[in-house]
Design a binder for this molecule. Structure first.
Ligand SMILES: Cc1ncc(COP(=O)(O)O)c(C=O)c1O
Length: 375
């Protein structure tokens, strides 16, 4: 008997799944100890109180469909970034926008390129759209823009660049982006994913490096660059799912039709508007991150581990042993981290920078398990 699922195209039947950071409740059920999540690069201080109040107020109206044009938030973002609202497309998280972009630009026979060890959704979105996914090796744990440019062919439609990159935490500067953009042909869209830009810009100021001013290209009318931003990181709204793309109005207009209708809820829209104004909450998260990063990098390096300086709100740690095992032992101590097995780096883990107390708890748990050798 032939079953219906056999008729689904092979690229969908073989689609790799996404392995998310373990939810806190699940970890607590498994380990039986109260836990803190340092696995998904969320804001450790919670949502902005202003966003929370706006979300609660909007919840009283959830019998109505949301504004499908997301007009108020779109205008607010346009004003915030100094572009017209026609440059802004909002989605149910930047993950959903990555899917929309792939469905819009790719199909069987076309391809998308990125580097190894980058955000896993690039692969899933590309393959789900039927496209070929090309990964070039990383250079010194960072994006190899030269290699990506060299792999572009007539069938390439998307290049994904995460800046900073997840999970390595590396960044490329504005001169590198400029050089790369000069080499990208007109038939290729550069999707510049700046999920961690608030943290990167602060590190860049501190370290005297120039974080790319990517929006200048959008303002200059560059037609083949789409900048992605999210409310899930510094703004603390990961659970509400709001992300946005800034780019050429002709592409934005098509994306707005391809994306799923009503996919950004009214509660999310209201919360995002309020979160954008809460510069104090964002600033506190960024400030805490600068301090937490230097503390964790120093402490882990002193333990003899290879830790790259981060430009984001997490640390990439090379363990030299099974990261799954280390993650399990940390979970038993109440700390949830992300082993990078699904990324193809089974001996590396990613740790989200927490509050000062969480960072200390992580370090004591890590020192404790390091003192007891694996069986
Ligand atoms: C590079 C990168 N882009 C996008 C996202 C997802 O953002 P969103 O929550 O808006 O889907 C993440 C989340 O981890 C990320 O690391």
């Amino acid at each position: 008997m032939s079953v219906l699922s056999d008729r689904i195209p092979e690229y969908l039947r073989k689609l790799p799944g996404y392995t998310p950071g373990k939810p806190r409740r699940q970890a607590e059920r498994e380990s039986g100890v109260p836990s803190i999540k340092m696995a998904s690069n969320e804001n450790p201080f919670g949502p902005s109180p202003r966003a929370l109040a706006a979300a609660l107020e909007a919840a009283g109206q959830i019998n109505y469909y949301p504004d499908n044009d997301i007009s108020e938030l779109r205008l607010k973002l346009a004003e915030h970034h100094g572009v017209g609202p026609e440059h802004v497309c909002i989605g149910n998280g930047s993950t959903a926008l990555l899917d929309t972009l792939a469905r819009t630009l790719l199909t069987t026979g076309l391809n998308a390129i990125t580097c190894r060890l980058s955000f896993i959704i690039y692969r899933i979105a590309t393959r789900a759209a039927g496209g070929d996914f090309i990964e070039v090796p990383l250079a010194e744990r960072g994006f190899d823009l030269e290699a990506i440019a060299a792999h572009i062919d007539g069938n390439t439609r998307i290049v994904y660049l995460a800046n900073p990159n997840n999970p390595t935490g590396t960044m490329f500067d504005s001169a590198a982006l400029e050089r790369f953009l000069e080499r990208v042909p007109d038939h290729v869209l550069v999707v510049l994913d700046e999920a961690y830009c608030d943290f990167a810009a602060a590190f860049a100021r501190e370290r005297g490096v120039e974080y790319p001013n990517s929006l200048q290209y959008v303002k200059q009318g560059r037609h083949n660059l789409m900048v992605l931003r999210t409310f899930s990181k510094a703004h603390g709204l990961a659970g509400l799912r709001v992300g946005y793309a800034l780019g050429d109005p002709r592409l934005v207009e098509i994306l707005a039709r391809v994306r799923i209708t009503f996919s950004v809820t009214s509660v999310s829209q209201a919360a995002a508007i309020a979160a954008l104004d809460d510069t104090q909450h964002i600033g506190a998260a960024v400030e805490n991150n600068l301090l937490g990063a230097s503390l964790l990098v120093k402490a882990l390096s002193e333990m003899g581990l290879r830790v790259a300086p981060t430009w984001a709100n997490f640390i990439f740690v090379e363990l030299g042993q099974s990261a799954e095992e280390v993650a399990q032992r940390l979970q038993a101590e109440g700390i949830i981290v992300r082993p990078l097995t699904a990324w193809g780096a089974p001996q590396a883990m990613r740790v989200t920078i927490g509050t000062p107390a969480q960072n200390q708890m992580f370090l004591s748990a890590f020192r404790k398990i390091a003192a007891v050798p694996t069986r």
